[in-house]
Write a protein that binds this ligand. Structure first.
Ligand code: SIN
Length: 283
């Protein structure tokens, strides 16, 4: 009999799982428990895990093919394992704003497995927000409007040659320098509200990192409503906050959450290994 326990973190989302060794191949029963917990709680956390890069990749692969970040560097010898780090002297971190990962892809990720290799003595937490609840809290009128809309997503603001993001403007204060490319200008269209392919639940699907405008609307026309939605998407009541320890792991469902890596640990080093699982086309 399995001795896996799943303990909820907040009423909105997040659960801590104990009794699983992610470094070992997961049996079918353990896999089913972890998979169900991910669908039920949107983000799951594990403590005290020992995983080599190969083992982290093997765990992520149980959920689908691996998706490789087109702009951020990987660890040596493992293109599937992205290195997310901030040095003591850096001012800018990676992922320091609310976003869902890589929504500029036609098939954005199902989720990511993030493994803490080095953490600051205090700070460097990650916040997550439940986008099912963000959608469900809207009025019927706004739901009806958003249900019929698509949005244009692109990587340009973060990774474009002329990108305007904070991270790019202050690239010199950052050791982790993702590539910039003209290809980042490419645009992808996704529904503003997507139906989760496994749970069938509806979730809001716009994020300040990559959403440009509503399809068929100008940037100026889109801005007020998008701004309102970005604020709504991250209301404290629909969030949870995870305090990392070395060897902690988080696995988030990118189809129904956004996350935010807090940048409140200047003068200390933080390093994580991220393996991302490919998703399907949002509908
Ligand atoms: C990310 O956005 O993948 C980074 C999250 C983190 O470092 O906490």
């Amino acid at each position: 009999m399995s001795n896996i326990t799943v303990t909820r973190l907040t009423s909105a989302l997040g659960a801590e799982i104990a009794g699983v060794d992610l470094g070992a191949p997961l049996g079918n029963e353990a896999f089913a428990t972890v998979h169900k917990a991910l669908l039920d709680h949107c983000v799951i956390f594990f403590r005290d895990q020992q995983m080599t890069p190969k083992q982290q990749i093997a765990f992520a692969r149980r959920f689908g093919p691996i998706s490789i970040h087109p702009y951020a560097a990987a660890i040596e010898g493992h293109p599937e394992v992205m290195r997310v780090f901030k040095e003591k002297e850096d001012k800018v971190n990676f992922g320091g704003g609310w976003h869902s990962d890589m929504t500029f892809f036609q098939k954005p990720p199902l989720g990511s497995v993030l493994y803490a290799k080095e953490v600051p003595p205090v700070g460097g937490d990650t916040m997550f927000a439940n986008q099912y609840l963000a959608y469900e809290a809207l009025s019927l009128g706004l739901k009806r409007t958003l249900d019929g809309l698509n949005a244009v997503h692109s990587a340009n603001a973060q990774y474009g040659v002329d990108g305007m993001s904070e991270a790019n403007r202050h690239n010199e204060q950052r050791s982790m320098k993702p590539k910039t490319s003209d290809e980042a200008k490419a645009e992808t269209i996704h529904p503003v509200v997507r139906t989760h392919p496994e749970t069938g639940r509806r979730a809001l699907y716009v994020n300040i990192g990559f959403t440009q405008r509503f399809e068929g609307w100008t940037k100026e026309e889109s801005r007020p409503l998008l701004r309102w939605l970005y604020e709504h998407c991250a209301k404290p009541e629909i969030t949870c906050r995870f305090a990392w320890r070395k060897n902690s792991v988080a696995f988030w469902d990118n189809r129904c959450t956004q996350h935010y890596a807090l940048n409140d640990y200047h003068g200390h080093r933080r390093e994580m290994h991220r393996v991302t699982v490919e998703g399907d086309r949002p509908r």
